[in-house]
Every structure is written in C-alpha cells, then in structure tokens.
Write a new protein. Structure first.
Length: 363
C-alpha cells in the first residue's frame, strides 16, 4: 500500500504555484467572509442512503499492454448495494497516485458508488518505488508534464471499465452472500483533477490534435461506455491539443469545477482557461462551479493545499463542501436518474451553501 506522504510530497515539489500567480487578474489576496450553510448541502430526502465504506488495493494485469495497474477501490457495503451500483473512475493529477481525493471518494462510496482510482505511470510515488531518479524535477518542475502519457492514461481508464468483473470479485471476497455487491456497467462516470481532468475530458469526447494523438486534425478518443464526466481544475485552449471546437461534439452531461486562484507552476492554464470546456461545450446538461478564492489543490482539502503552499482565500470547508454537494448531485442525477438531484442542480442551493463563494452556471 502506498503511503499518503510520498505522492503529496512529490506533488508539492512539482506543482507549487508561482509566487507571482497568487493573485491573478489584479485581485488582492485576503480572507473572505463566506460562510458554509450546511442546510443547503445536497442530500436526497430525507437523509439519503449512507453505507459503510470498504477500501482495498488491487493490481490489475493488462496483458495487451504488458502493464500492471495499481488501483484503490472504495465501495459501499450493505444489502441494498447488491442490486448493482454505478461505477466512478477517478484520474489523479500529474505525479499523483491512487490516494488522491480520499474524502470526496469516500463520500461518493458512502452514497452508493464504487469508486476506482488508478495509479497512472507518471506517479512520482510509483516511479520512486521502482527506483527511478527524479531529482531533475527539483530543477525543472515543468518536466513533470512531459512525463504524463495521456494516451496511456486514457487506456488505464478504459481498462478499469474492462475489469469490472475482477473488481467486483475483489470487493466480494469473503463477504456474506446477502452483502455482496454488483456494478451496473450501464452506469459509469469518470472524474479527474488537473492532468486527471485532461484525461477525463478526452475519455468523454473532447477532441484533441497533435503528434501524441497521431493527427494534426481534431479527433475523438472517447470511450462510449462513459455516461457522465466531472473535470476538476481542467484545461482549455491554453493547452495546444485543444481548440475552441474540441468540446463541440460532447453531448453528454459534464460538470466543470474551477476557481479564481487556480494556477499551477507546471501549467500555463489560467482561472479563465479552466472554464473553457464548459463555455465551448454543446449546450445541454453542462454545469460550471466557479469558486471565488479556490486554488489548484484546494478542491481536495487542507492536505494538498498545504503541501502545495497555497493560500486559498475562501475557507477550505466551503470549497470542499461545494465540490462534494455539486458532484454528488450531478452523479445522482445522471447515473441514478434522481429527481431530487435534478431539482438541486436546477436550484440556487449550491450558491446558498457557500454564501455566494460558488457561482453555479448551467446550460
């Protein structure tokens, strides 16, 4: 099992924000007065299903690529989960690992989802474990971006979906028959942070171009089995593999999450460019949560924001509550067809939850 410290320290090394980028668009950093209002949080009436969560690590063998893929699985444990629950695949940021976003992942699992976190090949912890010398990252943090093999990440996501039977077998090992779980392969969501958001949007149908993708014309590499996608701190046209037309053919439900202080030392993305997947996507079931004072690592919570030496100007509980409520309502709406979730997404409850720190836009 990987320790929490290793990948976070690696991310801190490579992703700490540039000092001059702390207050973009001329804004002065300062403590915000936003208050969390839990009564406006998303929870299906009256309280919603809440399950015990089990966590296990598994290595999946992809014979076609000759690759062992380490994954962390969180799953609900309870009798009602035996009828088939949705699957969420979560893709971590550059240099990260399968322990990304543990609180959000646990929350999703407690609401009745199986959440699978693959460790992609750019993982700092994984590469150190295998003896790779990564000292160059201290001198050139941006070189980590060159280590991100996006097509291989895409293959990881699809391979997780291919491996549903093996994942279910691992979850149910030693479990009483009445508590065994099944995954409904017709209800699949994908989410990701940073480089994981890049992975997610391409898996969901954002068209890309460039040598790495085999064409200078925009092409889709979508996995048609994916029903809904969430991009946390993703990429826009600042990334040369995208143009304004990259998102024009995405017809399915997509949520984009960004913030006013969301910059990173290894990326040229701006808070404005991170909004572009929403702004340029085809209308219909598209959502943007834009959080004032949110930094690149703040969506995960205190641990990552502290490691990255960030100073979000909105309280982290406000930020993470907006992410938790918004994403859970989104998946409940589109993977469970919950009317309570749809009503939440059509309301101003998320804005009220954060006392206006989060702007919530739909189209």
């Amino acid at each position: 099992m990987l320790t929490l410290a290793s990948p976070l320290l690696g991310l801190a090394l490579a992703l700490q924000p540039a000092p001059e980028a702390a207050s973009p668009a001329g804004k002065e950093a300062g403590a915000a007065s936003y208050t969390l209002r839990p009564e406006h949080a998303y929870a299906p009436a009256p309280e919603g299903p809440v399950f015990e969560v089990v966590t296990l690590d598994l290595t999946l063998r992809d014979g076609a690529r000759g690759k062992d893929l380490e994954v962390r699985i969180r799953a609900p444990r309870g009798e009602s989960s035996a009828h088939g629950v949705p699957l969420i695949v979560f893709s971590h940021g550059a240099g990260g690992a399968r322990d990304a976003f543990p609180e959000l992942s646990t929350h999703w699992a407690s609401r009745g989802y199986v959440v699978v976190h693959p460790t992609h090949s750019d993982s700092i912890a994984l590469r150190r474990e295998r003896g790779e010398d990564l000292s160059r990252l201290r001198e050139n943090p941006r070189s980590l971006v060159m280590d991100v093999d996006a097509p291989d990440r895409l293959a990881d996501v699809s391979f997780v979906i291919d491996s549903i039977d093996e994942i279910v077998g691992a979850i149910n090992e030693g479990v009483d028959e009445g508590s065994r779980l099944a995954i409904d392969a017709e209800r699949i969501g994908v989410a990701g942070h940073s480089a994981g958001a890049y992975t997610t949007q391409i898996a969901f149908g954002a068209r890309v171009r460039g040598p790495r993708w085999g064409s200078m014309r925009l092409r889709s590499h979508a996995d048609p089995r994916i029903d809904a996608a969430i991009l946390i701190s993703g990429q826009g046209t600042t990334n040369r593999s995208f143009t304004r037309e990259s998102w024009a053919e995405i017809g399915g439900p997509m949520m984009v999450i960004a913030g006013s202080l969301d910059v990173s030392r290894i990326s040229d993305e701006t808070p404005e460019s991170r909004r572009e997947p929403f702004e340029y996507a085809r209308p219909g079931d598209k959502y943007l949560i834009y959080i004032e004072g949110a930094t690149h690592g703040s969506y995960q919570g205190k641990g990552l924001a502290t490691m990255l030496r960030e100073s979000p100007t909105t309280d982290l509980d406000v930020i993470t509550s907006a992410v938790s409520s918004g994403t859970t309502a989104f998946f409940d709406c589109y993977l469970r067809e919950s009317e309570a979730a749809r009503e939440y997404l059509e309301s101003d409850a998320l804005v009220e939850l954060t006392s206006g720190a989060a702007a919530f836009t739909r189209k």
